[in-house]
Design a protein around this ligand. Sequence first.
Ligand code: ATP
Length: 137
Amino acid sequence: MPSGKSFQCDLVTPQRILFSGEVVSVTAPGTVGSFQVLYNHAPLLSSLAVGKVILRFSDEKESLYATSGGFAEVRENKVVILAETAEREDEIDVARAREARDRALKRLKDHAAEIDAARARGALVRAINRLKVAGAG
Ligand code: ATP
């Protein structure tokens, strides 16, 4: 568990600010793999996959978010995560995510046109990620 110096982190979507404050660690789902940022991290710009963002605080507490897409920028002890969508684990609507998952699975089984299949796969990955972050099956 990291307990180093703290630095500023903003987690935002085009719609809202989910978090703005001091953290000791940020873990984010980079498109080439998940990465962790600690105090004095080198400058970094990464695109983000569907996955989870973990913020850790100096009191050893942490917050978990389901995110999809976007970018992360690390510069001079400031991290900005601009995600296409983000929900904190306790605000995920599990029933909605299950419905989205089942709808996407049905579309894929029905052999929808290729463009719809790509959309359905994206929806499926987002729904499964939300269920995982919410700790639901
Ligand atoms: P759905 O088909 O249920 O809308 P989706 O994956 O197509 O799912 P997105 O386009 O990723 O939805 O998100 C649209 C908006 O709805 C975003 O603001 C996102 O945070 C929110 N959202 C989507 N699913 C959930 C959920 N299960 N719980 C809470 N918020 C959600």
